[in-house]
Structure formats: structure tokens, C-alpha cells
Design a protein around this ligand. Sequence first.
Ligand SMILES: Cc1ncc(COP(=O)(O)O)c(C=O)c1O
Length: 462
Amino acid sequence: MSILEGLNYHESILDTVGHTPLVRLRKVARDLPCPVLAKVEFFNPGGSVKDRIGLAMVEAAEREGRLKPGGTIVECTSGNTGLGLAMVAAVKGYKAAFCMPDKVSSEKVYLLKAFGAEVFLSPTAVEPEHPESYYSVAKRISSERPGAVLMNQYHNPANPEAHFKSTGPELWEQTKGRITHFVAGMGTGGTISGTGKYLKKQNAKIQVIGADPVGSILKHYKETGQMSEAHTYKIEGVGEDFIPTATDFDVVDRILQCNDHDGLNLARTLAREEAIFVGGSAGMAAWVALEVAKTCAPNDLVVVLLPDTGERYLTKVHNDEWMRDNHLLDPSNMRAGNVAAGKAARLRTLFKVESGEPLKKALALIQQHDVSQLPVFKGAEVVGTLDEGDVLKTALANPAALEQPVDAIMAAPLPIVAADESADVVAKLLATRSPAVLVKTDGAIKSILTRFDMLQFIAGGE
Ligand SMILES: Cc1ncc(COP(=O)(O)O)c(C=O)c1O
């Protein structure tokens, strides 16, 4: 008897693909009429839903005699399919070469290289027919190298088939057949077509809803049957500028679009409020699922598939600077303390005066440091504020007033917010009520945020 007999283990990492959990979205879906469950695909060993199709496409190529020992697996991929295929290549002893647009995050490129794969990057903004496009480069490699096989996830029936055989049955079983709406982002369309087909086969009434980024042509194509012009967008892995034959549009009841701002900010919110750390396409799918759930009845059950882990986007959607540089940062996702910390990196000191000090001291601070608001303290307490304009006006009208205590001309104190207050609240206060707010950190007032600081935080810049 083998020492391994009866033990609870897997023969290879590939056997751990699939059977991902369903997790309820709690806070982000709290006011909706029906529950929303998320199929969390980062539980796959490669961290994404694409692990499911990696093995399926390789096995299909082996069965059809196209892929032989020593062969090379070639694919155009924004990373996740590459990783699924790279794992299969490593376990089964194939070589792997991947072609992708240069907009993909560097993490994905390094990850594929870690599995021993070759990576070819192409410019994002060229037409698919262009010889430098990643589609063309992949085709060239697969035709020039002996034993190389293009997996062609966009047109490979093994892609939707993998979801028909795994994702669909898992969802049907996990929801005990109670699922009424299935939402998934569309790239190759494999996920939505295969899963949707299986679910509809069990219950034809199940609604299958595609999520498409603004800029992609898929929604327009579904509605009109016509091609349209694509525009660039930041959400990765979903949306297309051509029609993949792996997509079965008859399975998709409708497609909703989501813009970069809403999708990416929801991906950030999912981390903060649900501790579900996913990529931008998951934020987009979740945004569409919440839109769908708004129109549902209490007996409905919306399930959304979240394709991959957020770890692949630490320099993008989950990076404040990147979000800010791309004008995508939503202040409601940030705290006053974050804005204050950003300001402290440029300016460490909180300039202030003490009650009873002469106005000339305030004037000197205003002139030297170019500040527009000066809080007036009495010990640890804030008792008033001096506005640059008021100080200058008073000094001009009556130079003798410079010797008077600041208390004579100070206005009511600025509003105080806690460091963990939403930056959105700060932005609203600044827009409507006050030229600046004070931020309390660890029980003490440590910073002041003006409209300029807030704007600089939202818009980025020096
Ligand atoms: C991150 C990410 N999300 C979503 C998708 C869409 O899945 P599908 O290609 O099955 O439509 C992909 C596909 O490439 C992806 O990489």
C-alpha cells in the first residue's frame, strides 16, 4: 500500500482549481431589496477565474493532437489566462510564451516570468490587425515556432466549455438552484457564456447580465448587431474592440456598462468594507450587480463573479497616486487623515497663534509662509481663526491694530474633523461652509486642510 493512500492531498496544484466560495456582499449591498452573493475567484491557485480555462484549453489541444510533448503554449493574455496556462505548462512540462498589451500592470508581467514563461509586450493603442498588436505577435510566434500552439481563448470553444462544466454547476449547487440573476464581466465572454448556458439549461428564467466597461463595443454590439469605435479605458481584462466568438450573445440577456471611476472605486470599497481584495474588473462587475439588485424583488438572488485578486493591481487601482494621476480617486474612499498625511509630506508644521498674541505675529506668519487661515489656540483648545484677508484689511486700515491681541479680530474657529472622517465630508465642508477645516489626530489638532489642499489631493500634482 502506498504511504499516500487515503491521505487528503492533491496530485498537483492543478487539482485545486475551482470550487471557489460564494461570499455575501454585506455593507455595499445593505440597502438593496435582495441579497447579492459574490463568487470569489481569487481562491483559485493562480488567483483568478482564468485558471479554470488554462487546463481545459491545454487538454483540448492535447486531445486534438495539436499540442505534443516539448511544445510551446502561446497566448494573447492580459495576464490571468497566462498565469493559468503557465501553471499547466509548468506541471505538464511545456514551454509558454505570452503576448499582451503594454497597459497591463507590471505585477502580471513579473508573475508570468516567475513561472518560467516568455512575455512579449505590444502597444495598447494599435488595431488588432496591426503587425505589432499582441494578437498579431502571438499568431506570428505560433506559426514560426515548431510545436507552438496558440490557445486562442477569444475563439476557443474549450473556454466557455470549461465554465459550462465547472463554474455553472458550482453556482447551481451552491445556490441550491435559487440563483435568479448572474452577473459577470465580459472579456472573451467565456465565463458568461459557459456559466450562463449551464444555468439557463437548469432554469431558463435565470437572467444573465454582462458587465462591460465604457469604451468597449460589446454592449453596443449586443443591442444593435453593429460594430462601433472602441475607446481606451483603465479597467483591465474586460471589454473588447472586436467580437470574440467564445461569446454566445444569445445566452446574455443584457449588458450594462460601468465607467472606470465607478468600477475602480467599488473595487477599493470592496477591500475596505468587505475585506474582499479584488481587481478593477471585479469592481465593475460588482457595480453592475448592485445596479441589477436595485431593481430586484426580495426573493431574488443576484450572484456576481469576481474574477481576480487585487494583488495584481497594487500599483494601479489600489494605489492612491495612480488613481489620483488618472483623475479617478473618489474622496468618499479616503479619510481626512490621508489628505492631511499627503499635505504633511510637503509642509510639516501647523502654523498657529496663541490667544493674546499681537496681530503682527499673525501677519508675519501669513507673509512668510503664504497661509490663508491661521487657527488661534488657547493651550490645546482652538478658540478662533484668522483669515488672511481680514488680517490684511485690518492692518491696512489701522496699522496700530497690529499691536492688539489677535482675539480682537479673530472669527469663529474652523470646523474640526476626526482623522478617520471621510474625505468626502471634508470636501463638502470646504465647498459649502468653510474655507478650511482642522484635523484632529490622536486627540490633538495637528493639521489644517484648505480648499487648495483638498483640490491638490483629488487632482494630484506637485
Ligand atoms: C481580470 C479579468 N476579468 C474578467 C475577465 C473576463 O472573463 P472572460 O474572458 O471569461 O469574459 C478577464 C478575462 O480576460 C480578466 O482577465
